[in-house]
Ligand binder design. Structure first.
Ligand code: NAI
Ligand code: MG
Length: 357
């Protein structure tokens, strides 16, 4: 069955790494006999905004809603368009309108990548951060009163719904259950945030009853961040609310070296709208146009997309190829950020050749 993919390169190095992502996907599809059909879109980037005064056409939702997935590069060019306009007008619209309530980020130390944590080697860090992506601390309920006076106040409410918590927990427990260690860690702060966080903990306990084989623990967010740095080997699947997950999903990949290789998925597990796969990094205006951006974050995002579309073997083949090429560490192939003199294309092609076998 053909899967339809909407491809949006976006800005800056997005336009350089997306072709390498597609090259790798093509090789995996050929090897595993998967049929993907791409359609490219020129909106959701700053040039589109400069021409049209908005980031996307009015009917973007209808244009995209029936795709099986979105494969996104990066958006943003602060010199041309303020970031709050470019990001709110594109990626954040997708996450909300397509109810992508899971933000999934693997934190895996790859061979040949130096962790900023001393003495950590490949294999020692391998976990996922599962972030709730639609409610929690990032709500629009609240407001200001007495603006501009000494009595000025600002209030913003946290929203924790049973349905919202349970659906992210279910995803995280399922993921933990599918992994060899079967371990789930919940990020909480029920000692300080005394209403919503005890509720979160309560829902974790209730969900845990349905997953007897998953080993569950929880940490307050403050010591959890410390443990990411001191004991990253403790973790397997870490589930967190929107705010805590936001922090952990940057800290986790940071512990594994360069953000240039980190992928992410914004998933709607119910499948009623497309999920979106994109690297963690942005458009990197400082190196855009030079052909030296590391394409691994984009290529790995493609592996997550195949995984999501039910082709776990093909996704694994891509990740295996990334690891093999990194382990070889040929300086003529590696991009400058990982101590090489190669280009986006040399690295992309080397990975693609490995996937092809
Ligand atoms: P950035 O991730 O674009 O760049 C940060 C630093 O990492 C830069 O020095 C860059 O050269 C380097 N870097 C990033 N990706 C790399 C790669 N693949 N290979 C080698 N080096 C790489 O973050 P920054 O500079 O804060 O943001 C630039 C623009 O991107 C802004 O407009 C920002 O809003 C946007 N942005 C978009 C995101 C998205 O599309 N999801 C995520 C983060 C930022
Ligand atoms: Mg963040």
């Amino acid at each position: 069955m053909t899967k339809r993919i909407a491809v949006i390169a976006g800005d800056g190095i997005g336009t350089e790494v997306v072709p390498e992502g597609l090259r790798a996907l093509d090789a995996a599809c050929k090897r595993f006999d998967i049929d993907l059909e791409y359609q490219h879109f020129d909106f959701a980037c700053c040039d589109y905004y400069l021409q049209h005064g908005q980031m996307m056409p009015d009917d973007w939702f209808d244009q995209l809603k029936d795709f099986d997935a979105l494969f996104y590069g990066a958006v943003g060019w602060p010199e041309k368009v303020p970031d709050h306009i470019s990001l709110w007008g594109s990626i954040l619209q997708f996450r909300r309108a397509f109810d992508q309530y899971i933000n999934l980020r693997p934190c895996k130390l790859l061979p040949g990548i130096k962790s900023p944590l001393a003495d950590r080697t490949a294999g020692e860090i391998d976990f996922y951060v599962v972030r709730e992506n639609t409610e929690g601390e990032y709500s629009s309920i609240g407001g200001r009163m007495y603006e501009g006076t000494e009595r000025e106040i600002a209030i913003q409410e946290t929203v924790m719904s049973r349905a919202g918590i349970d659906r992210v927990l279910k995803y995280a427990f399922d993921l933990a259950q599918s992994r060899p260690r079967k371990k789930l860690t919940s990020a909480t702060k029920s000692n300080g945030i005394s209403i919503t966080m005890p509720y979160w903990d309560e829902r974790v306990k209730a969900m845990a009853e349905q997953y007897a084989d998953v080993d569950v623990d929880q940490y307050h967010i403050d010591i959890l961040t410390a443990n990411f740095v001191m004991h990253p080997d403790w973790f397997d699947v870490v589930v967190a609310s929107n705010l805590f997950g936001d922090i952990l999903s940057d800290l986790g990949p940071a512990c594994t070296g360069t953000i240039a290789v980190a992928p992410s998925a914004n998933i709607n597990p119910d499948g009623n709208f497309p999920s979106m796969f994109e690297p963690v990094h942005g458009s990197a205006p400082d190196i855009a146009g030079k052909g030296i951006a590391n394409p691994i974050g984009q290529i790995w995002s493609g592996a997550m997309m195949l995984d999501h579309l039910g082709h776990a073997d093909a996704g694994k083949a891509i990740l295996d190829a990334i690891e093999a090429v990194l382990a070889e560490a040929d300086p003529k192939v590696m991009t400058p950020d990982i101590r090489g003199q190669g280009t986006t294309e040399t690295l992309g092609r080397a990975i693609t050749e490995r996937i092809a076998g």
